[in-house]
Ligand binder design. Structure first.
Ligand code: PLP
Length: 395
């Protein structure tokens, strides 16, 4: 009997080692990893450059405090402002904390301007922004909010309907919050026109636009920022997961204009952006910004989309839709997705379930074309096995 909270329906698997695209159990069994710790392990396992950076920093100093200058943090922040729209960065330990900072920044921006009643955040069904009380409220999914008390200050509507969004805007609205590609909600990449429409609404009503790129950003779509596909620039953006490639790190990024209300005393974090985390963050960024890295993600992402289309043609009874962008991909399937994820584990392939019965594929960004073809071949084998079992059960 585990002494842990029972908050996860955990699999029986325990991995003790990783190498490249593969994870290994104690007995040496290898699993091809198309889950990447849920979009975290962007560089797979055992990246030398990152491991060396972690070890080197561990020998120097692990932690000081944000009451002192942390050179690695200054450096990572400066680099992030060079490759995003942002001028200012606040580092956190997780995605949810990055969202907390984004929500506080938006509200404080209006408070500072004397518009103290502007606190409401408009979000979308199918969103996921983390598990803190503010972030479950921001996503508004009853599965996650039920039993956790009242959480005023958030409104929700269906994505895709600009008129419905505008109908929610009033003189208490502060910001619109959206993932450009929804991950947990079912791997939905929103159209450029919808995202542009949200920017227009924000400009028209004087609101802030917040992009949550915790899952879809940091190279996963084949561009560093997912927003680059639409050209829509947010005022605030959250990143996490791939930023530390397995080391707990997140960040909230904002324009100078918006961040200037976050003065001393308004926010803080004991660990956020500590020397160890930022040494890793800088090394991860070195790798992601290597020439050709993002082009590789784009190319392999296209191969994955093509292979999944072929899979849908081969098994139309099982695959009804192919979704995603780059290496955040999903297929909407007819068999119960959690059972199918388990079946794939039996075939030594790791994937993740998403809402809307979507099988999510989030390989490390170093995945090769051969890795993608192997993963899709395993999925095809599992469908063929299911087909044979269904046919024999019907006899
Ligand atoms: N935002 C998005 C889009 C996410 O996918 C997640 C986690 O899956 C979060 C926020 C929360 O991140 P964390 O679990 O690091 O708090």
């Amino acid at each position: 009997m585990s002494a842990l909270y029972g908050t996860y329906a955990r699999s029986e698997l325990a991995f003790v080692r990783g190498e490249g695209m593969r994870l290994f159990t104690e007995d040496g069994t290898a699993y091809l990893d198309f889950a990447a710790g849920i979009a975290v392990n962007a560089l797979g396992y055992g990246d030398r450059h990152v491991t060396e950076a972690l070890k080197a920093q561990a020998d120097k100093v692990w932690h000081t405090s944000n009451i002192f200058i942390i050179p690695e943090q200054e450096k990572l922040a400066r680099r992030l402002t060079e490759i995003t729209f942002a001028d200012k960065v606040f580092f956190t330990n997780s995605g949810a904390e990055a969202l907390e900072c984004a929500i506080k920044t938006a509200r404080r921006y209006f408070w500072d301007k004397g518009e103290k009643e502007r606190v409401d955040i408009i979000g979308f069904s199918g969103s996921f922004h983390g598990r803190t009380t503010a972030t479950i409220a921001a996503a508004g999914n009853p599965t996650y909010t039920e039993g956790f008390g009242p959480m005023p200050g958030y409104k929700h509507t269906k994505p895709g309907d600009l008129a419905a969004v505008e109908a929610l805007i009033d003189d208490k609205t502060a910001a619109i919050l959206i993932e450009p590609v929804q991950g947990e909600g079912g791997v939905t990449a929103f159209s450029d026109s919808f995202l542009k429409g949200l920017r227009t609404l924000c400009d028209k009503h004087g609101l802030l636009l917040i992009f949550d790129e915790v899952q879809c950003g940091y190279g996963r779509t084949g561009k560093f920022n997912a927003y680059e596909w639409s050209g829509v620039i947010p005022d605030i953006m959250t990143v996490a997961k791939a930023i530390g490639a397995g080391f707990p790190l997140g960040a909230c990024l904002a324009t100078e204009e918006v961040a200037k209300a976050m003065v001393p005393g308004t926010h803080g974090s004991t660990y956020g952006g500590n020397p160890l985390a930022c040494a890793v963050g800088n090394a991860v960024l070195d790798r992601i910004l290597e020439p050709g890295f993002l082009d590789h993600v784009d190319e392999v992402g296209k191969v994955l989309a093509h292979e999944l289309q072929q899979l849908m043609q081969k098994f139309p009874q099982y695959v009804t839709e192919v979704r995603g962008r780059g290496l955040i991909a999903g297929i909407k399937i007819t068999p119960p997705v959690r059972d199918f994820v388990q079946r794939l584990r039996e075939h030594k392939l790791l994937t993740v379930a998403a809402s809307d019965n979507v099988l999510r594929l989030l390989p490390p960004l170093i995945a090769s074309e051969d890795d993608v073809k192997e993963a899709v071949r395993i999925i095809a084998e599992a469908f063929a096995e299911l087909e044979a079992q269904t046919a024999s059960a019907a006899q």
